[in-house]
Design a protein around this ligand. Structure first.
Ligand code: ASP
Ligand code: MG
Length: 593
């Protein structure tokens, strides 16, 4: 018998009417022959209300009591939903996280799921009951109630779908699905029929986030297709399926995102030797600041410069930590810029198509927008721009890739999904043990690339566009692009190309550099790119530190860095590639999935 998990967010159970609506949806699914597990959030803004209530009592409420308090929101809604189902003549049972047996660690207010018991749920389902599970909560070894962090009901839903091996996981919310970008900002944004887990992970914490990032990580890990749809739609309109496949196999870009409130911190005069990065990032991780975009370009004269972004709200804390680190790196100087935003394009197809970056850069240049920094991963290109131009930048790239138009070759919605091998129940139970811990999927060494760097790039629009248009016109596949900070007029633009394209890439870069008034073009015929790819790289602030630690211990200098949500790339000397790979494999041995 097929099994469906249906999750209803706060807005979808905000009042009695809506609760009855949710109950009807579940009953209908049951009448269509499915077993049904509902996962329900607290009503409306109840969790916010409980948080403010606690604040009236204490500035620093004990985390354990916070969880005791916050978990009541979901307990209210599951009971009411169960009543609504009874009222409509069907059988239902509400269960708290503890009653189901959702075991978590003891990190209150941000607990991580360790295991889920399915026995009790199976029993009720086999009795023909609809289960209404309280979202966002669990229980630790000592029976303390824990919560999974704000927005955590999504994670509960996907986790239950995974352990019950559900046929689908429907997330009912107040939006129609996942859009090509935030429709409030770009009115022409289009609802996608499908988006892949990987694309969604790269988009999720960028503000296109309709869902808790961790729930997408679960979805990918356990191969659960997630159907995001609007609970208010009477006609049961399909939403967006977040699954293994992108919407279109032919389009390079599927979505664009904006993180508005970023701040950039640059450190210049960093001694170019092993351990410098490790020192900086361990100071940041000690104060728990998540670093977003890291840009390190090749050093000059034994001194490197590194820039990264943090959320503007973390700027003061981050600056403090970085100043301390800089004091230990004799002569390093810290500068910052609070008014920057990050604009990104994401698409699985980008990995295999040339000429994506230059189109993005050209669109920005045509809109008169200067690029302050660039980083790339396989399926994402991010640029940093000044905040006043950020909306314009987002609109420009959204338009350039015609994201408002449906892909011509899209699969019909509801077409039978291609069957993929799903993990066996035994596998799932085994992996559950470390379900929410960091999993590093892959650590890779690519020594097929050479580096080209254009120095003294003028700090004005259009340069990156001209460079990559010229490179694309020679049909050179560019892998990694890093543009460093533009202060002191010392911006540097580096990119990597396959060895056999180096000659032509250098000639092309040389020509463009002269035309545009840049400085010298330097290169390195052999470099090693080490990439750590994994799920949870952003939610686990320690990944960068572990990585830089391992490389520093092995005496390996980091020449260049670029990052994305799910990947960190570093460039090291070609003859250090193998040793670097070994050091990273050892450092991540416990989490290498
Ligand atoms: N009620 C919790 C919150 O608002 C969990 C959730 O809605 O997902 O964060
Ligand atoms: Mg929510």
């Amino acid at each position: 018998m097929s099994l469906i998990v249906q999750k209803f967010g706060g807005t979808s159970v905000a009042n009695a009417e809506k609760i009855k609506g949710a109950a009807r949806k579940a009953i209908r699914a049951q009448q269509e022959g499915h077993q049904v597990v509902m996962v329900v959030s607290a009503m409306g803004k109840q969790t916010d209300f409980l948080v403010s209530l606690a604040r009236e009592i204490s500035d620093k409420p004990p985390a354990r009591e916070m969880d005791m308090l916050l978990s009541t929101g979901e307990q209210v809604s599951v009971a009411l939903v169960a009543m609504a189902i009874h009222e409509l003549g069907s059988a239902a049972v509400s269960l708290t996280g503890g009653q189901i047996g959702i075991k978590t660690d003891s990190s209150h207010t941000k607990a991580r799921i360790q295991s889920i018991d399915t026995e009790r749920m199976r029993r009720h389902l086999d009795d023909g009951k609809i289960i209404i599970a309280a979202g966002f909560q669990g229980i630790d070894d000592d029976y303390n109630i824990t919560t999974l962090g704000r927005g955590g009901s999504d994670t509960t839903a996907v986790a239950l779908a995974a352990v019950l091996r559900a046929d689908s996981c429907e997330i009912y919310t107040d939006v129609d699905g996942v859009f090509t970008t935030d429709p409030r900002v770009v009115p022409s944004a289009r609802k996608m029929d499908r988006v892949s887990h990987d694309e969604m992970l790269e988009l999720a914490s960028l503000g296109a986030g309709v869902m808790h990032s961790r729930s997408i990580e679960f979805g990918k890990k356990f191969d659960v297709p997630i159907h995001v749809r609007n609970s208010a739609s009477f006609s049961d309109e399909p939403g967006t399926i977040i699954g293994s496949f992108p919407e279109s196999a032919k389009r390079a870009v599927s979505g664009a995102a904006l993180t508005k409130n970023e701040a950039r911190i640059s450190i210049v005069g960093v001694p170019d030797r092993p351990g410098s990065m490790q020192l900086i990032f361990s100071h940041l991780s000690a104060v728990n600041v998540a670093v977003d975009m890291i840009v390190q370009n090749v050093a000059a004269g034994g001194l490197a410069e590194i820039a990264f972004t943090v959320l503007e709200s973390d700027l003061a804390t981050a600056l403090n930590a970085v100043e301390k680190a800089a004091a230990l790196l004799n002569g390093a100087r810290v500068t910052h810029d609070a008014n920057v935003s990050k604009v990104s394009i994401v698409g699985l197809g980008m990995a295999t198509q040339a000429g994506v970056a230059d189109r993005m850069f050209r669109a920005l240049a045509e809109a008169g927008i200067n690029i302050l920094a660039i980083t790339t991963s396989q399926i994402k290109i991010s640029v940093l721009v000044s905040r006043v131009q950020s909306l314009e930048a987002l609109r420009a790239v959204h338009g350039e890739f015609e994201l408002e138009k449906p892909p011509g070759d899209r699969s019909e919605f509801g077409a039978a999904p291609v069957k993929v091998e799903r993990p066996s129940a035994v596998d799932i139970v085994a992996r559950l043990q470390k379900m929410e811990e960091l999993t590093i999927d892959n650590i890779r060494l690519d020594d097929s690339q050479a580096r080209v760097t254009i120095t003294q790039v003028p700090d004005k629009p259009g340069i990156a566009a001209a460079v990559f248009e010229a490179v694309a016109s020679e049909e050179i596949m560019v892998d990694m692009i890093v543009q460093g900070t533009g202060h002191d007029g010392e911006a540097k633009l580096s990119f990597t190309v396959p060895h056999d394209s180096l000659k032509i890439a250098l000639a092309t870069a040389g020509q463009v550099a002269t035309q545009l008034g840049c400085g010298q073009v330097t290169h390195d015929p052999r470099i090693a790119i080490l990439s750590v790819f994994g799920i949870g790289i952003r939610t686990h602030t320690g990944v960068g530190v572990r990585m830089f630690n391992a490389l520093s211990k092995a005496g390996i200098n980091v020449d260049m860095i670029s990052t994305s949500e799910v990947r960190v790339n570093v460039v090291v000397a070609a003859d250090k590639g193998a040793a670097g790979l070994a050091a990273l494999k050892e450092a991540f041995a416990d989490v290498l999935g």
